[in-house]
Design a binder for this molecule. Sequence first.
Ligand code: CP3
Length: 338
Amino acid sequence: MKNPRLLLAARGETVDRPPVWFMRQAGRYQARYRALRQKYTLLDIVRQPELAAMVTLWPVEELGVDGAILFSDIVVPLAPMGISVDIREGVGPVVDPPVRTAAYLEKLRPLEPEEDLPYVLQTVSLLAKELEVPLIGFAGGPFTLASYLVEGGPSRSFLRLKTLMYREEALYRRLMDLLTESIARHLLAQIAHGAHLVQLFDSWVGTLSPEDYRLYVAPYSRAIAGAVAAAGAPLIHFGVGTSSLLEEMAAAGGDVLGIDWREPLGRARRRLGETVLQGNLDPALLLAEKPLIQARVRALLEETGGQRHIFNLGHGVLPQTPPQALSWVVEEVHRWTV
Ligand code: CP3
């Protein structure tokens, strides 16, 4: 591979400069993505390997980032498991009917990636052949996927999921076991088809206290991290609003911890020692003018010294982002030498 910088950094090796990529680097901020979405739904794109591979490659070509992230979504594995899910414009994933009873859970089955998602694995194979940078595979974390299943869609308070967790623990744990098995299989299949590293998006665990994270999430994340480690690929473990959970998430597993903008990376480093950190500009900062963006990129690099650091935003690129702003960030990171 021509540029393995991301893979080296994820393994904790010394690099000439930190790698940079962006969560949601393929998406609505791109005019050509919006144009493609006039013709196809997101799931249409995911189901056509040529299209999904093309969309994956766009930001790599346009921005010169050091990694490509497979174009798919965290909810893609749910339909073949027996869950009725749709991605609604401007809303997010909607699950109808939601999964709230033992009877419904009985009808679900674990994912068989090769049979259920051949198009996703074909996209991975196509990309692995073409890319000059590492390919990042991914899956949603079990708690984050469970939130869509049980809430029926996006949620602020996660009260239905927490009610299940506190009042019907056995049912909660059966659902988490099913998701954990499916997620692990999905990640291993992506690695087997050529993904060089994988990210676990446990986006919504920040709603939990450290104690509840340890009790209700960590065992499942640990199982997934163990399976990925055995396959030999680095794992990036990411969540949003997780300042109070960093030690717990790092202990649950992963080679890299993805951190949002609320936690200064210098402080994260003091808390976590040797753990490689990924992040963490506020995605909204990219709505600022060029000098402020450049200054904040440099400040962030000075905070980490550009080592044991994968440069990224603290969450996904916003649809309102001017594409130029992302280029300024890449330029500024590329200018940095350690
Ligand atoms: O470029 C990439 O990052 C790769 C593709 C990718 C998508 N979703 C495509 C997508 C990835 C890695 C995801 C992960 C994902 N999906 C997460 C975890 C990351 C996070 O944001 O915390 C979550 C929670 C989801 C669920 C989901 N899918 C949401 C909340 C939305 C947004 C709804 C909206 O319209 O604002 C989606 C839709 C989605 N997935 C889009 C994209 C590019 C939006 C654009 C579209 O509909 O075409």
